[in-house]
Design a protein around this ligand. Sequence first.
Ligand SMILES: N[C@@H](CCC(=O)N[C@@H](CS)C(=O)NCC(=O)O)C(=O)O
Length: 234
Amino acid sequence: MEPILVYGFPLGSSMGLVAALEWLGQPYRLCRVDMLGEMREPSYARINARHETPALITEEGRALTETMAIAAWLEARDSEGRISFEPRSAEADRMHQLMGFVNTGFTGAFVPLWAALEMAQPDPALQETLRRFGAELVIDRHDKLEAMIGETPFLVGERPSLADGVLIGVARWLEFHGVADLERWPKLAELRRRIEADPAVIFATAIENGEQPVGSGAFKGHVPLAEVIERFGA
Ligand SMILES: N[C@@H](CCC(=O)N[C@@H](CS)C(=O)NCC(=O)O)C(=O)O
């Protein structure tokens, strides 16, 4: 069977992995999950006990969670070097370094902002503190990412890689939370424009929006969440 990427909407980090699947060009399916609804239901724990997306159902039907593990799974199947680089090369090391930074400090910086937004029992004073703290963290992590961006068109080299995919699903949260003007980080602004203009990212964004875009041909359709849970859940 084709692997199935379980992706979350709205604004899931998983969007970048959908783009990576398009770049990879091997047959895959998708499973769409409303992160504000069905992902919180007890049955979703059978796919990910931490109630998070993304998750990947492998060709053997195993549920694999955590972005970095899914990225490693994709990299291991990238025999044509479409989304990654020669093992043990400087490019491969840099790609892993950037993915590690984006998936930890950069992504984590947004946690206080999400917490303030999604607080079940509103607490204006705490929410204001979280927003201020989150904005400081996000700006600091953007400063650091800006300093890590080199002179190449994409994060590592001339073409998009897993590092660009992991970044692009998360980076748009800057605007969603209204933290700062992206132009404050000129290299990142240019990089994001380039990645966002890529056909695979346009495809992934349209999928997230519930549209039916025409992709590379690798996408073989959606599988309903109930079926994924029933067939592959723990
Ligand atoms: N460490 C996990 C974190 C995944 C994560 O935080 N996913 C978010 C969506 S991008 C999520 O599901 N959050 C739970 C929620 O929104 O309730 C990974 O890297 O895959």
